[in-house]
Design a protein around this ligand. Structure first.
Ligand code: NAI
Length: 267
């Protein structure tokens, strides 16, 4: 039973278990900016040693974490490159000894465009980062977690993984694919103490969205009109759910696609 009294809340074992990731090791891809950076900061604040991986090595972001006493490592890694991903996971384990939580967040947008007009180059580029990138990361993270007999993975899908939107076919296809990877892998490891879930952010205020607003102001206005909470989400609101999904508080949750979208996909 939920109790609003603070002293009773402190006794709630589920809430207590959410408080810390002390001694744990977390890996975040696309951690140089936006949602990935917020997630890396949240893992660090919860006490985890954090690896920030990004195609642009996030040295400044890591320096800021180190300056306030966190354990952190910057790795340059393009998630679409399988060899680089293998090295990223190996470096993580060589530095911090294990891998407890991974947030496969790196992703790119695709231009708003009719399906008949999209190029095969654009299709391959988006798929190689958004879908193959997640597959690459899961593969090597799971090899480590399988050895440890423990771990939690969150893959970044999107509200675009749950619904279709006109002129967004390529991006949405990549994000639907992430859910297929997530559900199938979650079943494989269900009895092996490794939990895999996906998060489906709505429209979140990050450089990716700011760039889209600048490029396609009308399309963005139309999207925003459909957010029941009538505002953009923040990277921190996504990070909080990623952290929770990786914590023991979510110990009975696998294979889910958790929408954090201000109600966009409710209707
Ligand atoms: P962002 O553009 O602010 O940050 C993405 C980060 O990923 C950047 O630091 C970039 O350098 C890095 N990155 C790009 N390609 C990479 C690659 N090949 N390998 C490694 N790192 C790479 O984007 P944002 O908004 O923070 O998006 C993060 C994730 O959330 C993406 O997967 C995106 O599709 C997803 N998402 C974002 C939404 C939004 O409204 N911002 C909505 C739904 C999903």
């Amino acid at each position: 039973m939920y109790c609003a009294c603070p002293s009773r809340r402190a006794e709630n074992p589920t809430l207590n278990r959410m408080k810390t990731m002390k001694g744990q090791v977390a890996l975040v891809t696309g951690a140089g900016s936006g949602i990935g950076l917020a997630a890396a900061q949240a893992f660090a604040a919860a006490g985890a040693a954090v690896v920030l991986a990004d195609v642009n090595e996030p040295v400044e972001q890591v320096a800021k974490l180190l300056a306030v006493g966190h354990r952190a490592l910057a790795i340059q890694c393009d998630v679409s490159d399988e060899k680089a991903v293998e090295v990223m996971v190996a470096q993580t384990v060589a530095t911090f000894g294990r891998l407890d939580a991974a947030y496969n967040n790196a992703g790119i947008n695709s231009p708003v465009m009719e399906t008949a007009d999209a190029s095969s180059e654009e299709y391959d580029k988006v798929m190689s980062v958004n879908l193959r990138g997640v597959w690459n990361c899961m593969k090597y993270e799971l090899r480590q977690m399988r050895e440890q007999n423990s771990g939690a993975i969150v893959n970044c899908s999107s509200m675009g993984g749950l619904i279709g939107i006109a002129d967004r076919a390529v991006y949405h296809a990549s994000k639907h694919g992430v859910l297929g990877l997530t559900k199938s892998a979650a079943l494989e490891y269900a009895t092996r103490n490794i939990r895999i879930n996906a998060i489906c952010p709505g429209i979140i205020s990050t450089p990716m969205v700011e760039e889209m607003v600048a490029r396609e102001p009308e399309a963005m206005q139309a999207l925003l009109k459909d957010v029941p909470m009538n505002r953009l989400g923040t990277p921190e609101e996504i990070a909080a759910v990623v952290l929770w999904l990786c914590s023991p508080a979510a110990s009975f949750i696998i294979g889910q696609a958790i929408a954090v979208d201000g109600g966009y996909t409710v209707r």
